[in-house]
Design a protein around this ligand. Structure first.
Ligand code: NAD
Length: 505
């Protein structure tokens, strides 16, 4: 049992992080914890005029920050990682309070922030371009990477802080100030991250004002960032619905955009799969974080020869999984974010049943009072890929389908809007390599013998099609935060023109 009310625990946690904002503003934006459905804070919100001011401050900061040598910029991110380590427990608890994640997943999200900071620190000495052979004698051609400008970061409720840090850590070493518009459902974690960042800034010493700012409020603040020509890059994480609005607006002003949108991720279990491993990976992928990860496994294709072995075992796992208050139990599945999420889940299950689906689980669990929405994860055996199976419902529903031949199941696998994450479970080399080949999974993430969720920092994260095409975090994702210039230097005494063009005057 919690020894104090959730609002008191929230206030205490925020205070430990150094947050000074008033949490009980009359008429302020209410922050509800999905753990109990209680209002844990009421915050003052920013106006669009505040957003415009924040953009101007960031634009001014850019003029100085771009001139700071990249390894020195990396030092700020290194200090931030140190401060994050010190506040890991409190930040993890904030994630659990605001997003309803289990303690281990809350802490895991903060660890992801630390990991990307470490990655970015190394990167701050590796922001290099190419030297390219030129056809002209006495010339040298090279490319250089320069800071891009102000980066607007819009984030979703289900990962209240890690995706911000994926962007911010890279943007800061690349020379760009950041403005963060967190989800209106999880602003407290953002304020906590910002307070911890300010400690790093204080230790750093000479950072320009407004290097990192947070805007608290609704979508209109995201729109202010999206519409401003002073924001060079918009990195937006959220639903495909949001991306359909944001993408064209940024394109219309020739801004740059990273879109990290919804997924409809699938796994394929082949006859040779290690069944025990597949079972555990599917259970975490489909039920972990109460199905509220962009990479959650939502569809499962099982070969007919093993269907009667795997699916009953899965049903057993679904029936026995623990659902409970993440702050006072060791339950594996916490709450849905709100009533709308619960309603969306029930609608999808009803539709699936009408289309011949056999639904196991999905019912509401009386874990906390009426205002909290806990559900038993649902496994739905579907006769075919149709109806709700074709879309992302942001809740723990796994649609299971039987397949007989490999090539057609690959087609079905790719025949949805989302293109984020995918998995195959097999020990057959041909199936594995085909899945990873040009005619295999069309997703940004394609895994073998692990689930669809739980990506780590070193690789580029993102997906194709309705997932938006953006890449963040590892690999060469840093390039999106910089502008490239190609430089040709003539150190000869002649002026030869490329392609043999003659222009003698
Ligand atoms: P959402 O789209 O409702 O909101 C996301 C953010 O966008 C919020 O901060 C919101 O205020 C802002 N927003 C909404 N409309 C806007 C507009 N017109 N202009 C500017 N900003 C706007 O998403 P959500 O419910 O918070 O999150 C769940 C969704 O996010 C799921 O679809 C999930 O798959 C996706 N997601 C994707 C990734 C990824 O990396 N691909 C990661 C996490 C979540």
């Amino acid at each position: 049992m919690l020894s104090k009310p959730l609002s008191a625990l929230t206030a205490e946690t925020l205070e430990c992080c150094g947050v000074t904002a008033a949490l009980d503003v009359e008429g302020g934006m209410q922050v509800v914890s999905p753990v109990t459905g209680e209002v844990v804070a009421a915050l003052a919100t920013h106006s669009t005029a505040d957003a415009a001011r924040a953009i101007d401050t960031a634009a001014k900061a850019f003029r100085d920050w771009r001139l700071v040598p990249a390894p020195r910029r990396g030092e700020l991110v290194r200090l931030y990682a140190e401060e994050l380590r010190k506040s890991k427990d409190e930040l993890g608890r904030m994630v659990s309070i605001e997003a309803g994640k289990s303690p281990s997943e809350g802490l895991g999200e903060v660890q992801e922030m630390i990991d990307i900071c470490d990655f970015a620190v190394g990167l701050s000495r590796q922001l290099y371009g190419l030297t390219i052979a030129t056809e002209r004698p006495g010339h040298r051609m090279m490319e250089t990477w320069h800071p891009l400008g102000v980066v607007g970061i819009i984030t979703a409720f289900n990962f209240p802080c890690a995706p911000w840090c994926w962007n911010a850590a890279l943007a800061l070493v690349c020379g760009d100030p950041v403005i963060w518009k967190p989800s209106e459902k999880t602003p407290l974690t953002a304020l906590a991250c910002q307070a911890v960042f300010e400690r790093a800034i204080a230790r750093f010493g000479d950072a320009p004002d407004g290097l990192s700012q947070v805007l608290v409020g609704g979508p209109e603040l995201g729109e202010a960032l999206v519409d401003s020509p002073k924001v060079a890059l918009i990195s937006a994480t959220g639903s495909t619905r949001m991306g359909r609005i944001v993408g064209p607006k940024v394109a219309a002003r020739f801004g740059k955009c990273i879109l990290e949108l919804g997924g409809n991720n699938a796994g394929i279990v082949c006859p040779s799969a290690d069944m025990d491993m597949a079972l555990r990976a599917i259970a975490f992928g489909a039920m972990g974080t109460a199905g509220q990860r962009c990479t959650t496994m939502r569809r499962l294709f099982v070969h007919e020869s093993i269907y009667d072995q795997l699916v009953p075992a899965l049903k057993k796992a679904y029936a026995s999984v623990t659902v409970g208050n993440p702050l006072e139990s060791s339950a594996l599945v916490g709450p849905l974010i709100d009533k709308a999420a619960f309603d969306g889940m029930q609608t999808a299950l009803k539709e699936a049943a009408e289309l011949g689906g056999s639904v196991h689980g999905g019912q509401r669990e009386a874990v906390e009072g009426e205002a909290a929405y806990y559900v038993k994860p649902a496994l739905v055996e579907m006769p075919e890929q149709t109806g709700p199976v074709l879309r992302e419902t942001f809740a723990p529903i796994l649609y299971v389908m039987k397949y007989s031949d490999f090539d057609p199941v690959l087609e079905l696998h790719n025949d949805v809007g989302g293109g984020l994450s995918s998995s195959i479970f097999t020990t057959d080399l041909r199936e594995m390599e085909t899945f990873l080949s040009a005619r295999g999974s069309d997703c940004g993430i394609a895994n073998v013998n692990i689930g669809t969720s739980g990506a780590e920092i070193g690789g580029a994260f993102g997906g194709e099609k309705e997932t938006g095409g953006g890449r963040e975090s590892g690999s060469d994702a840093w390039r999106a935060y910089m502008r490239r210039a190609t430089n040709t230097i003539n150190y000869s005494s002649e002026l030869p023109l490329a392609q043999g063009v003659v222009f003698d005057i």
